[in-house]
Write a protein that binds this ligand. Structure first.
Ligand code: 5GP
Length: 120
């Protein structure tokens, strides 16, 4: 999927749109979802122009990939959810229900999140 540079998360990365920041470093930004689906609902996004996880995994420089996943670990530690657990969701494309065309990892926690996926 071609990256759309004007997507809302790109604008958050540029500082054009505010966010409730949880963590930031050279590789990633984490912020609270504007429409939380659980007591903890954070989005972790890489600092790179990738729309999907397969594009990121297939093409991102190793330093960015490692940095992103290290940042993910920092976010989980900061949120204090490693012990209680959490759900990670990466929606991709049409059938995956992706609304924002910049790769993002949802981190949901703070209550039992339920079993796997629903059908709407
Ligand atoms: P997707 O369906 O693409 O996986 O999820 C997009 C997520 O981004 C949704 O959970 C939605 O609530 C969140 N979102 C959309 N616009 C904004 C925004 O401007 N700020 C924040 N913090 N979250 C947003």
């Amino acid at each position: 999927m071609a990256y759309q540079p004007n997507n809302i998360f790109a604008r958050i990365l540029e500082g054009e749109i505010p966010c409730e920041k949880v963590y930031e470093d050279d590789y990633a930004l984490a912020f609270r979802d504007i429409n939380p689906k659980a007591p903890v609902h954070v989005l972790v996004i890489p600092k790179g122009e990738y729309t999907t996880l397969d594009e990121f995994a297939g093409a991102a420089p190793a330093e960015l990939m490692a940095g992103f996943f290290r940042a993910f670990a920092e976010v989980v530690a900061l949120l204090g959810i490693a012990e209680s657990g959490y759900r990670t969701i990466v929606n991709t494309g049409r059938d995956g229900g992706q609304e924002v065309a910049h790769l993002h990892f949802h981190v949901l926690a703070g209550r039992p999140i339920g079993r796997m996926v629903g059908r709407e």
